[in-house]
Design a protein around this ligand. Structure first.
Ligand SMILES: Cc1cc2nc3c(=O)[nH]c(=O)nc-3n(C[C@H](O)[C@H](O)[C@H](O)COP(=O)(O)OP(=O)(O)OC[C@H]3O[C@@H](n4cnc5c(N)ncnc54)[C@H](O)[C@@H]3O)c2cc1C
Length: 511
């Protein structure tokens, strides 16, 4: 490892960390709207795409429609609204080319620590730079006025794998979807997938398709999930595109889907029993006789307390109907040489076991954040307008929605970020930090009951009970909050070493 001389310290106005769908969106907005600001995108991996490049399991696709998951500024042109990962990667590559982002992205640049100094209103980022050819690493220092952290929400190096007793006794491979071996052969094999989330629901039909198809796939779940058949192709979107052209057809479809999605989530949360009945009826319609719907498709929680899984054109149900897939709801006692011993005493035969048991939540790639020499405990900070953090100046975090397309929030956040930077320039400020009111209620930042959200709740920032400290989790609410006055009494501004000040009342953008 070599340490570069201080003379080589690069300095930027804005550093975007992460070249996933959020970071690339942010880089596009910032380079268009803040052309006078120096900008760089630091990406720890060798490719763009984040999630859509990392995961390589069979069938990897979105659950969301790409009309809302895609960017506001770039129409989704494929007929299928739900997209396979390679199409999302293509879309992102086009985004890079169309917006001339390539020169801004530094691959193999992992930020491993961030230090803020109030004396000069700058972040000093410690970056581990990996040579793509030799794999050797060197440490580099980058200084910046702002960090826009588009680092996703989970650990890249390790998926969540609970300890299963007897794991080493199993004779075949045990694989996690986050670390899918490129050469894994499953043709004609018996596969057991542990889990019932979107990944398992995607993999079941995918592993039964094509020349390399498995003989049988069993989804082994402890607790059922809501699974809804949804059309892969949005016929109305296709018609709107034909009628209005690509750009306008996309804009209208996006608008339609934002409202439909919101209506569905709100409706299901307001009338959970009706929602449960509706989903149950849709499941019964698609399942063959003899499948115990109450046991396998009846979660103990209400719809949208956890993410609802989509089955495009009902592919998951088709696989059950033709007998090549099955669902088992039971606990795991241990792995055995030939499969899994269940709580019921049965033994489930398997040649391959897939542990689709989830993610490890983590922010900022786990890097320490230090403000004026003090380590920040993220659990102590509050999220302001869902994107700034108390106690961490000049730092924005790209956290999207969990009950609708994650990325819908990116455009709103970026617009607010741009307004905030312009506002600070106009007033001569070079730092800003949100300050929460004393004694505010502390709530988990993610409003989901999923295992991964619960496991990480203690380590994540908090949200408050009222705006602007509440995570809105809806596009409509955020559109109001993030397009409103850019500064309010919760934001503390400062310049150079001078004392900070808070506006007495809300101030609109660009005053
Ligand atoms: C299998 C799967 C399917 C999903 N499907 C959907 C869906 O259908 N709809 C939906 O809304 N959401 C979905 N999600 C959630 C999904 O992750 C987000 O929607 C979206 O892809 C997140 O994009 P992002 O750019 O914010 O983060 P990511 O895609 O996670 O990208 C973060 C990037 O930051 C880089 N990075 C992180 N830390 C550092 C660091 N310290 N230094 C340098 N670089 C760093 C990473 O290498 C990565 O490239 C899915 C998630 C998974 C795992």
């Amino acid at each position: 490892m070599t340490i570069e001389a201080p003379s080589k310290v690069a300095e930027f106005d804005v550093v975007v960390i992460g070249a996933g769908i959020s970071g690339l969106g942010a880089a596009t907005y910032f380079s268009r709207e803040l052309p006078h600001k120096s900008l760089v995108v630091l990406e720890g991996r060798d490719n763009i795409g984040g999630t859509w490049d990392l995961f390589r399991y069979p069938g990897i696709r979105s659950d969301s429609d790409l009309h809302t998951f895609g960017y506001e500024f770039k129409p989704w042109r494929h007929e299928s609204a739900i997209a396979d990962a390679h199409l999302i990667r293509e879309y992102l590559q086009e985004t890079v080319e169309e917006n001339n982002l390539a020169h801004l992205i530094k691959f193999g640049h992992r930020v491993v620590r961030s230090d803020w100094s109030s004396a000069d209103s700058k972040w000093t980022l410690t970056v581990e730079k990996t040579d793509p050819v030799t794999g050797s690493t060197a440490t580099k220092t980058i200084r910046t006025g702002w960090v826009f952290a588009a680092t996703g929400y989970y650990r890249y190096d390790e998926g969540f794998s609970p300890e299963f007793p007897g794991r080493d006794d199993f004779a075949g491979p045990v694989v996690h979807p986050q670390h899918w071996p490129e050469d894994l052969e499953y043709r004609g094999k018996k596969v057991v997938i542990i889990g019932s989330g979107a990944t398992a629901v995607t993999m079941v039909p995918a592993m039964l398709t094509g020349p390399g198809a498995a003989d049988h796939v069993t989804m082994l779940q402890r607790t059922p999930t809501y699974i809804m058949p949804v059309p892969r192709v949005d016929r109305l979107a296709v018609a709107l595109t034909k009628l209005l052209g690509t750009e306008r057809g996309y804009a209208v479809t996006r608008f339609k889907n934002i409202w439909i999605e919101r209506g569905v989530v709100k409706g299901l949360r307001m009338f959970p029993h009706a929602g449960r009945t509706l989903i149950r009826c849709a499941n019964i319609k698609r399942l063959p006789d003899g499948v115990d719907v109450d046991k396998h498709f009846n979660p103990p929680y209400h719809p949208w307390d956890q993410r609802l899984c989509a089955a495009p054109d009902g592919d998951f149900f088709d696989a059950i109907e033709d007998g090549s897939a099955s669902v088992v709801t039971d606990s795991i006692v241990r792995f055995s040489k030939r499969g899994i011993v269940l709580g019921s005493g049965e033994e489930l035969d398997a040649d391959i076991i897939v542990t689709a048991t989830g993610l490890n939540l983590q922010l900022f790639g786990g890097m320490p954040i230090v403000v004026d020499g003090q380590h920040v405990d993220l659990a102590d900070s509050f999220c302001y307008r869902g994107m700034l953090l108390s106690g961490i100046p000049n730092w924005a975090i790209a956290i999207g929605y969990t009950t609708s397309s994650w990325t819908l929030k990116v455009s709103l956040m970026c617009r607010y970020f741009i307004d905030l930077v312009r506002h600070m320039d106009t007033h001569g400020y070079d730092r800003v930090v949100p300050v929460p009111p004393p004694g505010m209620d502390r709530r988990p930042v993610m409003d989901l009951q999923s295992g991964y959200a619960k496991r990480a709740a203690k380590t994540l920032p908090k949200q408050g009970s009222v705006a602007p400290w509440r995570m809105a989790m809806s596009y409509q609410e955020d559109a109001k909050a993030l397009r409103g006055p850019v500064a309010d009494e919760s934001l503390e501004f400062g310049a150079g070493g001078s004392p900070s000040r808070r506006p007495a009342k809300a101030e609109p953008a660009n005053v």
